[in-house]
Write a protein that binds this ligand. Structure first.
Ligand code: 26Q
Length: 799
């Protein structure tokens, strides 16, 4: 507990530190300071308070010779950091006080920070949650990634269609990072491999420098801080002076251009757009820099190279950094003189790989000729790895297959553990993509069900619910989310229920006010808020949701005085710029929204709202305000989901399929507190094998026919009867994701939701039971699992 006078002193100290930074770091006086100036000053005052725990953590790790985790990820979808830092430091109230004494608005200051959007979606956000949990659990760790100049594009709608605008977060000073110009590694590309004294020597054709930017990531109560190290590319020689002197000014700039290009922009695709040379260069660039960095640190501590796996665990977030295997082997053999076999063994003991998808189009494969052109030495090493694997196992599973380098097989073979991200998904990894490899290496595949950081996804984004929980059960849950179970005895308490509803209402009001102010949309806060927020993907089936909306609208119009439950359907999400079908879905949602929202007959009963540019910060507003969580992917396709966890934790029951972590969420919250519908993964697979399944499903559902008919008639597209031919044709003729088959069950389940929502007591109990029973889904639990089953590391606290 912070004593009141101690708290006052902290607020006073913060206030004077903010003023000091305003004056001396920003060079502004209070009278002329902008919101930006204030925000940066607050951030610097907070950052100062992270530095001591950060140094202490580094010292402790070094002195205690603790094993550390290196988490390699192409994406870290961080969002804003200001509130995260003050909450972990326990000074949120004091910052409020200090700002109010300075005449500044806390909410405005927080909202001024641009999101660090260095990721696409689930995988990148998972990496950010893991950094928070690693620090909270006091596990020595480095996050390694890329400091993209442009994060995920900004989404705008024009005539309901997605437009992409370059994101520019670095145009403002990024206050949380420390530049490390002295930490620089050369990264080579291309060139050739020759032999010198019987040894292979790689002479790259191009080189760039990787330089480090470090952001401390502080854990709960400020006890520990790890480092997120993001790499920026710089030219080895800024300038080709010889070309310049010849008068060739374009060539003079070539080194600069190559370097700038590498870290310029995040690939906005969350499935493989295979064969993009720059993407491969990005992958190698950050992986090679990270491996060099961790090896240098390890060797500087005087260890023998053979001890590497005792001191370092490297986790590969999907196959994107899978080149870590060959790169580590290359350094061990070419630089440290190990034999190939010993190097492979050592690398494997150090490496582990997380699989996030079963979708065939998302499994990375590089054309062998392209790969060999950029990484010739690594291609040789991959051949050696493959030979060794074929020799050891006598199998015919290859990394190099039909002219491709298959990164999944490479990652699997070079990892001592491979994990899926939910129980269902890990089972499917074992039975499908890696079935053959699983037989050859039977104990390699394990499960680590995803989790979310409760600091951001409850404590920070939902102060109303946070305070209610603390008032009800005390503070134990702050340290260990499993203590939310202490809410169980209060679930039927009328006073608790009323307070729970009041918290939800406050969050819905907050969202409504934001929608009004930012998007000039008014919504009815007494309606059920039905939320689907995630990347737009065929398998996630936003089109199933919008078809149900259309069918419901038609039926309300038939009988406007029926006993309907008012609903607001909220959508959020971006489509990959080249994903034509997903963009069609976006346009359809916007078209339907425009049409339905303009209908005076249904206006009070049904609204569709799709605010543009969904991102982490928007999620922090939408999730606490949600009543119903849409998790409706085709069973077997969503590896885990993490938005599903955030929504349920915040008191928003799920309508969902038995897919990904939905299965485990339902197990935890209880089947009575989860609206289940749809085919199972096994049924889905069987259905696909019945010819004509979609024709039959449509023929059997007048309701679905009607919804499809309204689209085909151009009701939502100003009479344009062809605008959605792609979606309609797809549903009729090759409905691989089984929208037509699940439609009736989904519609019926939604009407059950309507009925339950009208029973306020029953609904509140369900919503609160979701919160009380979701403690297991903390990413602290997930990270403890990785630490125990994969990394063999301990909390410095326990060690
Ligand atoms: C690969 C190569 C080239 C271009 C892009 C990519 C690429 C980029 C991002 C491929 C995949 C991704 C992202 C995948 C992702 O976010 N997967 C999600 O991971 C979550 C965390 O485990 C799960 O909860 C989701 O179910 C899964 O879809």
């Amino acid at each position: 507990m912070i004593e009141p006078n101690q708290s006052m002193m902290q607020a006073d100290a913060l206030q004077s530190d903010i003023s000091r930074h305003l004056k001396f770091s920003l060079g502004k006086d209070a009278e002329h300071a902008s919101l930006y100036d204030w925000r940066v000053s607050v951030s610097l005052a907070l950052r100062d308070r992270v530095v001591e725990p950060w140094f202490a953590s580094t010292r402790k790790t070094y002195e205690g010779k603790h094993k550390r985790v290196c988490y390699l990820s192409m994406e870290f979808l961080i969002g804003r950091l200001i509130e995260d830092v003050m909450i972990n430091l326990g000074v949120q109230d004091q910052v409020r006080e200090a700002l109010s004494a300075l005449g500044q608005d806390y909410d405005a200051v927080v909202a001024d920070e641009p999101d660090a959007a260095l990721g696409n979606g689930g995988l990148g956000r998972l990496a950010a949650c893991f950094m928070d949990s690693l620090s909270t659990l006091e596990i020595p760790a480095y996050g390694y990634g890329i400091r993209y100049e442009h994060g995920l594009f900004e989404q705008h709608f024009s005539d309901g269609q997605q437009m992409e605008i370059a994101e520019r977060w670095l145009e403002q000073r990024h206050v949380w990072e420390f530049e490390r110009p002295e930490v620089a590694y050369e990264i080579g590309f291309g060139g050739h491999v020759s032999e010198e004294g019987g040894k292979p020597v790689w002479t790259p054709g191009e080189r760039v420098l990787a330089t480090a930017f470090d952001t401390p990531t502080v854990g709960w109560k400020g006890k520990w801080a790890n480092t997120l190290r993001l790499w920026d590319a710089r030219p080895v020689d800024v300038f080709d002076l010889a070309s310049f002197n010849r008068g060739d000014y374009v060539a003079a700039n070539t080194p600069e251009r190559l370097a700038r290009t590498i870290t310029r922009v995040l690939y906005p695709d969350d499935t493989t757009e295979s064969g993009k040379e720059l993407r491969l260069k990005q992958e190698y660039f950050f992986t090679a820099a990270s491996i060099q960095d961790l090896l240098r640190r390890f060797l500087s501590e005087g260890y023998d190279i053979a001890e590497l796996p005792d001191h370092v665990a490297i986790q590969l977030n999907d196959t994107h950094p899978a080149i870590a295997g060959p790169e580590l082997v290359r350094l061990l053999v070419d630089t440290h003189g190990l034999e190939m076999d010993a190097a492979i063994d050592l690398a494997r003991e150090t490496l582990a790989y997380t699989n996030h998808t079963l979708l065939p189009e998302a499994l990375e494969a590089w054309p062998e000729d392209l790969f060999g052109r950029i990484l010739p030495r690594h291609l040789d090493i991959i051949r050696a790895i493959q030979d060794r694997h074929l020799r050891d196992t006598g199998s015919d599973i290859r990394i190099l297959d039909h002219g491709n380098v298959r990164m999944g097989e490479l990652a699997f073979i070079m990892a001592h553990k491979v994990n899926g991200v939910s129980a269902l998904h890990s089972g499917l990894v074992r039975e499908t993509v890696f079935a053959d490899l699983d037989k050859l290496y039977p104990d390699r595949i394990v499960n680590q069900t995803n989790g979310i950081t409760p600091r951001r996804w409850l404590y920070s984004c939902n102060p109303a619910l946070r305070d209610l929980i603390t008032d009800t059960i005390g503070t134990k849950w702050h340290q260990d989310l499993a203590h939310l179970a202490d809410l169980e005895p209060h679930l039927d308490d009328a006073g608790f229920q009323e307070a729970f509803r009041a918290a939800k209402t406050a969050n819905k009001d907050r969202l409504a006010a934001w929608l009004k102010a930012r998007h000039d949309v008014s919504i009815d806060t007494s309606a059920l808020f039905d939320v689907q927020i995630k990347r737009i993907h065929e398998y996630k089936r936003q089109h199933l949701n919008i078809l149900e909306t259309i069918a419901l609208w038609a039926e309300i119009r038939d009988n406007p005085n029926g006993d309907w439950t008012p609903r607001v359907k909220l959508f959020g999400g971006k489509a990959a710029p080249g994903y034509v079908f997903a963009k069609s879905i976006i346009r359809l949602i916007n078209d339907v929204a425009r049409t339905i929202n303009a209908d005076p007959v249904t206006r009070e009963l049904l609204q569709v709202v799709y605010p543009e540019n969904y991102n982490v910060s928007m999620a922090e507003l939408l999730i606490p305000a949600s009543d119903l969580s849409e998790q409706i992917s085709t069973a077997g396709k969503e590896a885990s989901g993490t938005g599903n966890m955030k929504l349920s934790l915040n008191g928003s029951p799920t309508i969902g399929t038995l897919d990904g972590a939905n299965v485990e969420i339902r197990d935890h919250v209880g089947e009575d507190n989860f609206f289940l519908f749809g085919l199972t993964a096994a049924e889905a697979q069987a259905t696909r094998e019945e010819p004509g399944f979609s024709h039959r499903a449509i023929a059997a559902s007048p309701r679905l026919q009607r919804a499809l008919g309204l689209i085909a008639q151009g009701v939502f597209s100003d009479g344009d009867t062809h605008r959605y031919d792609d979606i309609l044709h797809n549903l009729h003729e090759h409905d691989y994701f089984l929208v037509t088959c699940d439609f009736d069950d989904y519609f019926a389940k939604q009407r059950e939701v309507d009925r339950v929502y009208q029973d306020t007591t029953l609904w509140t109990r369900m919503a609160a039971a979701n919160t009380a029973r979701m403690g297991w889904f903390s990413s602290d639990r997930t990270i403890a699992g990785y630490a125990r089953d994969i990394w063999n590391v301990e909390s410095v606290n326990k060690a």
